[in-house]
Write a protein that binds this ligand. Structure first.
Ligand code: PGA
Length: 264
């Protein structure tokens, strides 16, 4: 069985540019830098998630296999009378293969678990892979946050069939670490990741749960990336700020290429 730690499965390093940069010229430079860093990877795949207007940059014209494009959100329909929305067909045609769904910054703007699940199902139906974000807003001493996480997973992944579950990617992003100066402790993340995998096993099956990559996100840097990959039980990282910084991105990609795959 192919699990996220099988040698043929690549680690995912996802760079979410958020609402940056401000101009096409800067975006082109950022894309070139990312493509350079992501070229020739053996054990990792770099997923660049620019804002919609920057999906068609010339830097993406000839991308090596180790790099893919993703988007940060999508409207869960193919086309229609939806002023201001961007459809799955559009982003697919622009070569996006991944869609971040339910990022905490969107959830803070009112995106519900029900909408997250609708989007995740639509992304799968369109033949792309959803990266479904979950995470608690604060961590309490008596582990009530695990209940919140379980609830989020059950609701945000509701309606996804066992057949489709292996196309899922889950990103654990403790909200208090997103945009913060300090990340979670990788050893504590490991317990949460175990809990997430157990919940996925309850929802689908143990065998299927082992095929779903789980990423960590929230203040990942070139200093802590290797520790997360070695100790947190994750199969990749979701980056905000460090995905737009050449030194940080290069360091994180290096950690992803060099850190041995631990067993899960
Ligand atoms: P950060 O953001 O890496 O800047 O903390 C993470 C995220 O929002 O995914």
């Amino acid at each position: 069985m192919q699990t996220p730690t099988s040698p043929q499965v690549k680690r995912l390093v996802v760079a979410n540019w958020k609402m940056n940069p401000e101009t096409k010229k800067e975006a082109e430079m950022l894309a070139r830098m990312s493509v350079k860093i992501g070229t020739g990877l053996k054990r990792s795949e770099l997923v660049i998630c620019p804002p919609f207007p920057f999906l068609g940059l010339s830097a993406y014209m000839r991308m090596p296999k180790s790099i893919s494009l993703g988007v940060q959100d999508v409207y869960p329909e193919r086309a229609g009378a939806r002023t201001g929305e961007v459809s799955l067909s559009m982003v697919k045609d622009m070569k996006a293969r991944y869609v971040i769904v339910g990022h905490s910054e969107r959830r803070a703007g009112g995106e519900t678990d029900a909408l997250v699940s609708k989007k995740a199902r639509a992304v799968i139906a369109a033949g792309m892979r959803p990266i479904v974000c979950v995470g608690e807003t604060s961590r309490d001493g008596d582990a009530k946050y695990l209940r919140i996480l379980r609830e989020q997973l059950l609701e945000s992944l509701a309606g996804i069939s066992k057949n489709n579950a292996s196309t899922l990617i889950v990103a654990y992003e403790p909200v208090w670490a997103v945009g913060a100066s300090v990340a979670d402790d990788p050893h504590e993340t490991a317990e949460t990741i175990l809990f997430i995998r157990k919940t996925l096993a309850d929802m689908f099956s143990e065998r299927i749960a082992l095929t779903i990559p789980i990423l960590y996100g929230g203040a990942v840097s070139d200093k802590n990336a290797a520790a997360f990959l070695a100790h947190a039980g994750v199969q990749g990282l979701l980056l905000g700020r460090s995905g737009r910084d050449s030194k940080q991105l290069a360091g994180i990609i290096k950690a992803s290429e060099l850190t041995p795959f631990p067993q899960i």
